[in-house]
Design a protein around this ligand. Structure first.
Ligand SMILES: *Cc1c(COP(=O)(O)O)cnc(C)c1O
Length: 394
């Protein structure tokens, strides 16, 4: 079958929940993807910030294969070494104390919400606690995650959501203050908003929210699912400002392709929230996921991934800023590290489709923003190659 035939078949059998690009990918190599007809694409999306190490990292593949030949699932009623090692490493790089492994980002958010509610419940026994989330946020598609997602368009048809969620504006501390009351148990936001349009939280905002949380024993929950794992040049985006959350979520690049997520908490929250019987998962933290996380974190160090992000992202910013100057249609650049957006004055779908035709993969964030989420191992040459193609499309 050719590509068009596969696409037609897909539309007969898959639930139509995505308006997909008209391409079927078959394999990847480094920062390039190949479709089933052999066409090569430079990938500046990396599966939405998942393939941080690029495709076909030899050591990563070998580690997974070795684990598959031992065991890939046991059940969380037993211990397994890869999960223990992965949790130790995560603790080390984040400074958090306790880890719960999930299979996805949305599940990590669900767990974080449960931990926060339980923490508050143990303090006063009441069951009407509130969470403050942000407008333009995105936290996933399950009900808890959807309830804290600050975009009515995602929620409307599925109401009612879980209750007691209030929305404030990222980087507007007064809007947070206006929503705080005695019932507030947590304040939740993405350190850099992804789907909502690549809005980085400012240092000032983060520090003020953190101080407020400490003063009132409210838990600060940071969603690092898209912006964490090295994407902004530090292992987690909050580390740039030293504003440590009480609970943190991670996923996407954590397994570099193996579906994993996690929520992590400080010892304080760990000791006073979820206990045996409160939460669980069949697959979360299975040996295959653990092996993936361990190898990913090992390779981050060995291949000096953070150094590369800092160096290449400075160059990417420079090159994108030149485009802002050169093209009227582009309003501004926004972002942090290798998580960048070009905000345009009109919808960007045509630009992205043209790029696709020319063998460059980009994605939008909202209708007017071109989003750049390349593998964290890209080089300046890849940036040059991307810019040259993008110019042809603008
Ligand atoms: C992708 C994403 C999620 C949801 O993760 P899934 O693995 O798709 O459930 C949550 N929060 C943020 C910031 C994300 O980018």
């Amino acid at each position: 079958m050719n590509m068009q035939e596969y696409i037609e078949e897909a539309e007969q059998v898959l639930l139509h929940t995505y308006n997909r690009y008209q391409v079927v990918f078959e394999k990847g190599d480094g920062v390039y993807l190949y479709d089933i007809e052999g066409k090569k694409y430079l990938d500046f999306v990396s599966g939405i910030a998942v393939f941080a190490l690029g495709y076909q990292n030899r050591e990563y593949n070998d580690a997974l294969k070795a684990q598959i030949d031992k065991i890939i699932h046991t059940s969380n009623y037993y211990y397994n070494v890869p999960a223990i090692e992965a949790a130790k490493k995560l603790k080390e790089i984040s400074g958090m104390d306790r880890v719960f492994f999930t299979n996805s980002g949305a599940e990590a958010i669900e767990g974080a919400i449960k931990a926060a509610r339980k923490y508050a419940y143990l303090k006063d026994g009441s069951t009407d606690h509130e969470i403050i989330a942000m407008n333009h946020s995105f936290h996933g598609r399950t009900f808890g995650a959807l309830s804290v997602t600050g975009n009515p368009h995602y929620r409307e048809a599925f109401e009612p959501m879980i209750g007691n969620i209030r929305f404030a504006d990222l980087n507007d501390f007064d809007s947070v203050l206006a929503n705080v009351n005695k019932k507030t148990c947590a304040i939740l936001f993405e350190t850099v908003q992804g789907e909502g349009g690549i809005y980085p939280a400012t240092e000032d905002f983060m520090k003020k929210v953190k101080a407020l949380c400490e003063e009132r024993d409210i838990l600060l929950i940071l969603d690092e699912i898209q912006c964490g794992m090295g994407r902004t040049g530090s292992m987690f985006a909050w580390q740039r400002f030293g504003v440590k959350p009480d609970i943190m979520t991670t996923a996407k690049a954590l397994g570099c392709g193996v579906p994993v997520g996690a929520f992590l908490m400080t010892e304080k929250v760990g000791q006073h929230s979820l206990t045996a019987g409160d939460h669980g998962t069949t697959y979360g933290g299975n040996p295959l996921a653990g092996a993936a996380i361990c190898k990913v974190l090992e390779l981050f160090e060995k291949e000096h991934v953070l150094d590369n992000v800092r160096e290449v992202s400075a160059y990417l910013e420079e090159q994108l800023d030149l485009l802002v100057k050169e093209y009227d249609v582009i309003e501004l650049r926004r972002g942090a590290g290798l998580m960048q957006g070009l905000v345009c004055k009109e919808p960007v779908a045509d630009i992205i489709n043209k790029a696709m035709e020319k063998g460059l993969i980009l994605i939008n964030a909202g209708s007017n923003i071109i989003r750049f989420l390349p593998a964290l191992i890209i080089t300046r040459q890849h940036v040059d190659e991307m810019i040259a193609v993008l110019k042809e499309c603008l």
